[in-house]
Design a protein around this ligand. Sequence first.
Ligand code: SF4
Ligand code: SF4
Length: 99
Amino acid sequence: MDKSLRVWVESEAGRCVYCGFCEPVCPTLYPGGHRGYGPRGRVNIALNLVEGGKPTEEVLKSIYSCLLCGACNLVCPAKIDIVSVIRVFRALMWRTKTY
Ligand code: SF4
Ligand code: SF4
């Protein structure tokens, strides 16, 4: 189960083309203070960690400060389900306790 979720996050997040169209609509980006608190940052943090990266406190804050509002999903030209990437990634963190 966890492996299939990891593969799904990798395939979904791996389609990000770094265009940044999602950033202006995200309510947490500017309060957060840097791009790690926006959709592009979160998608690529999730991708990095399922590919073996190690989390920091800042990374965990980024993932858990997402409001799951879905505004980014509506504007992503790659049609990435960003909300689901973040939700599934949170579930993986919880289940594996490795992130
Ligand atoms: S779902 Fe999360 S990343 Fe997307 S716009 Fe809302 S707060 Fe930002
Ligand atoms: S809009 Fe989609 S493809 Fe563009 S940076 Fe955001 S998540 Fe990546």
